[in-house]
Ligand binder design. Structure first.
Ligand code: SF4
Length: 527
């Protein structure tokens, strides 16, 4: 048996595509040409025919079960649809996140973000959202009711076809529909024909993506790394901005991203925070929050000169590194800061003693150091480095300068260390590791590298739709973690999406428990 966890019962995926109309079935068949094992069924228009086909699908599943095979295979419902939401254009695709039946009942399609992401990468314009099924497509009242229920587009079959699948938990199903009209235009007009042609063309081109989706479906295990996601410094920084927003009617400015995560930043933006790159973008007298990564003293001085109200969200563990930098510089040391060029934390720390500090990113940088006094060399680290990578550079420093002084306690923070140990603990048993985090998140990128060093392919995922289906093909065990700046919801969303590819068994490996909390600065303590 391989070192990876095995999942019994997985069988090759056999894709069944349900296409209501002859023209739709023909277009999809063309697109799937060359995809072994895919069957395109013309299921017929409307409720009655769709319900009959749904029953057939359910019976087939039972027959397969009778052969003691637990894997009935994925189902894709594909065809054209009418637009309800503005912005949908003929030839665009709608991937249903749920299907709402004529009676208002809803069937979820959890794999929608994965399929939508793959279709976007293939060049389609894709809209994700609820799809309404109506009994008469040209009935304006029914369309209005579906729109009121949140549907962005309508068809006449999906809810009836999926109803058969609903009784078979774990059977993956998706719905992709190509838009044939505009929401704002009359239902029947000459351009309906050209819209229909555009829709069928788009539908035909989805074939290879549907085949990739089917290949990625199977029951699987999900291994969660613990700890993962938010650390104490990130939680504190977010709370500081939230409190500043709550206590001020004027805009609250935040210099740089408060933490390196797009979801956190856009969430705070929606609540009124204004993110800027430099203080020059902040009006005199306004409130500005310094991010968790810290700032150089020159930034504080500028804020003071401009009479800005500042609230400092610098993580206390970053502030500790700043204090060490000042202490070593005052004592006459050349301080080698081990870190990555251009990272805001590194810029802020180097700013503490620009004349006495130098950035060291590699063993080669160590060899190039020219201290005035080789006996007075110290080193510090960016808090989010990989312990392995930093260790190699420290060894080189100590070899060249045996008396070099290091930090009083580890600069690589507890959260970074714990998350790296946790991802190492799952990587060996996973076929692939997904790391939730944004592209500019240093600690998230280090988690990817840590998993890769353990011999497992690993990918950084900012949005669930970033997951490429090929990464999951044949992966019976998926490891998941999240960088310290990524919200816990990012992990839940990935797990939910995987559940749309087949049943998932979720377990967690916890290598450390964290109870650290940092106090808030006085400016927002009462807010
Ligand atoms: Fe602070 Fe570490 Fe979190 Fe950075 S990763 S904010 S240093 S606790």
């Amino acid at each position: 048996m391989s070192s990876k966890l095995s999942h019994e019962g997985a069988a090759p995926a056999r894709l069944t595509v349900c296409a209501p109309l002859r023209l739709e079935a023909r277009a999809i068949r063309r697109g799937l040409r060359g995809s072994a094992g895919a069957e395109v069924r013309r299921t017929g228009m409307g409720a009655r025919r769709s319900a009959a086909q749904a029953q057939r699908l359910a019976d087939e599943g039972l027959a397969v079960q009778g052969l003691n095979v637990e894997w009935p295979g994925p189902v894709a419902v594909a065809g054209t649809c009418g637009a309800l939401a503005p912005g949908l254009r003929p030839g665009d695709l709608v991937v249903a996140t749920e299907v709402i039946g004529p009676g208002g009942d809803s069937i979820g399609c959890p794999a929608a973000p994965l399929l939508a992401g793959e279709l976007r990468r293939a060049g389609f314009t894709v809209h994700e959202g609820p799809l309404g099924t109506v009994t008469r497509l040209m009935d304006r009242a029914q369309r209005d009711r579906a729109a009121a229920a949140g549907a962005i587009a309508v068809d006449m079959e999906s809810a009836f076809l999926l109803a058969g699948r609903a009784g078979r938990p774990g059977r993956p199903a998706i719905v992709v529909r190509a838009v044939s009209d505009h929401a704002s235009q009359p239902l029947l007009r000459p351009s309906t024909i050209t819209g229909g042609i555009a829709a069928l063309r788009a539908l035909g081109r989805t074939g290879p993506v549907l085949a990739r989706w089917a290949a990625a479906t199977q029951p699987r295990q999900v291994l969660l790394a613990g700890p993962r996601s938010f650390c104490a410094g990130v939680e504190r920084a977010i709370e500081i901005v939230e409190r500043a927003l709550g206590s001020s009617t004027a805009p609250v400015y935040v210099r740089k991203q408060i933490v390196h995560n797009t979801h956190v930043v856009s969430g705070l933006e929606q609540r009124g925070a204004v993110f800027v790159d430099e203080l020059s973008e902040v009006p005199d007298g306004a409130t500005v929050v310094f991010s968790a990564h810290g700032v150089a003293p020159s930034v504080r001085a500028e804020a003071s000169r401009r009479s800005l109200d500042t609230v400092d969200a610098t993580c206390p563990l970053v502030a500790k590194v700043h204090a060490e930098a000042r202490r070593f510089a005052t004592d006459g040391y050349l301080v080698a800061l081990i870190g990555h060029a251009g990272h805001e934390e590194v810029d802020g720390t180097l700013g503490e003693a620009p004349g006495a500090m130098t950035l060291v990113q590699s063993v080669e940088d160590v060899a190039a150091l020219e201290p005035a006094d080789p006996a007075k060399v110290a080193y510090l680290m960016q808090t989010t480095l990989s312990a392995d990578e930093a260790g190699v550079i420290v060894d080189a420093l100590l070899e060249r300068f045996p008396g070099a002084r290091g930090p009083g306690s580890d600069d690589i923070c507890y959260a970074t260390t714990n998350r790296q140990q946790a991802v190492r603990a799952i990587a060996g048993d996973a076929d692939v590791v997904l790391v939730a985090g944004s592209a500019n998140s240093s600690n998230s990128k280090r988690l990817v590298e840590t998993a890769e060093r353990a011999g497992t392919p690993a990918y950084l995922i900012d949005h669930t739709g970033d997951i490429e289906l090929d990464w999951l093909t044949g992966a019976s065990t998926v490891g998941i973690t999240a960088g310290a700046s990524a919200p816990p919801a990012a992990v839940s969303q990935i797990v939910a999406a995987l559940s749309g590819l087949g049943s998932v068994e979720v377990s967690e490996r916890v290598v450390a428990t964290e109870s650290i909390r940092f106090g808030l600065p006085k400016e927002v303590r009462q807010a």
